[in-house]
Design a protein around this ligand. Structure first.
Ligand SMILES: O=C(O)c1ccccc1NCC(=O)[C@H](O)[C@H](O)COP(=O)(O)O
Length: 257
């Protein structure tokens, strides 16, 4: 499944490339004003921080929410205290787009994450051109040279990479890169099974000084409390915010942890 999602996402970028050559997207990326400092926004603090996600649907759950105006939802997230907004830009399984990201970028003044299956420099340039401050890089989807190349490019463009891991070995690869923002995703991207204990089982392996992100599987405050007790500085939450009634009320309960 991870290979299929990555291949779809790259194919979508290539389809856009027919309209825009790499050089044009690169020039757009370089012409953007500086990216926001996501490491500062997500730095460890007294309370847990939240990256709030714009998530219309997912491979594991199908359609989740009819989000007609992602910019409006992002503004609500910002008002509710989110430290960053995650925008799923994969179209086929998540119903997202780079247009969503560009609209969100215009609407908020907190960092914006391109959450996608990034495997090529083209997608990194696209992310910056659309206004992303953060780019997700999934260790399981990338061989060593590609991970290092994309990590370097994200930094050169002034953005921050969120390096996503699922195991001790992947966390060690993230550490070897010099990543400053590392996530552990509770969702197995092939089977979709959720392991809420995974973050806690790996928490000791994060290098000192990194920002520790617990991704996925938050259904309520108790899950945020569990992640926080295990050492999470930040939680990344999608489904619970888009399906759980008032996102501001939910966010503020998470932010009190
Ligand atoms: O959400 C999915 O079903 C999914 C399946 C395969 C690959 C990635 C997937 N989701 C991306 C994410 O990592 C989540 O959207 C994000 O961490 C938020 O998760 P949640 O709070 O559980 O919605």
């Amino acid at each position: 499944m991870l290979a299929e999602l990555t291949a779809n996402s790259v194919a979508d970028s290539l389809a856009r490339r027919e309209l825009k050559p790499l050089e044009a997207v690169e020039a757009e990326a370089l012409a953007r004003p500086s990216a926001l400092d996501a490491l500062e926004a997500l730095a460890p603090a007294k309370h847990v921080k939240v990256i709030a996600e714009i998530k219309r649907s997912s491979p594991s759950r199908g359609p989740l929410a009819d989000i007609a105006d992602p910019a409006a939802l992002a503004r609500r997230y910002e008002l509710g205290g989110a430290s960053a907004v995650s925008v799923l830009t994969e179209g086929r399984r998540f119903g997202g787009s780079l247009e969503d990201l560009a609209a969100v970028r215009q609407a908020v003044s907190i960092p914006v994450l391109r959450k996608d299956f990034i495997a090529t420099p083209y997608q990194v340039f696209e992310a910056r051109a659309a206004g992303a401050d953060l780019v997700l890089l999934i260790v399981a989807a990338l061989d060593e040279p590609t991970l290092a190349e994309l990590f370097g490019l994200v930094g050169e463009l002034g953005m921050t990479a969120l390096i996503e891991t699922h195991s001790a070995e992947e966390l060690d690869r993230a550490a070897a890169l010099g990543a400053r923002l590392i996530g552990v995703n509770a969702r197995n991207l092939s089977t979709f099974e959720l392991d809420r204990e995974l973050f806690g089982s790996l928490a000791d392996r994060f290098p000192a000084g990194t920002v520790r992100v617990a991704e996925s599987a938050v259904t309520g405050v108790a899950d945020v409390e569990r992640y926080r007790a295990a050492g999470a500085d930040v939680v990344l939450v999608g489904e619970a915010l888009v399906t759980g009634g008032d996102p501001i009320a939910n966010l503020s309960s998470f932010l009190a942890v």
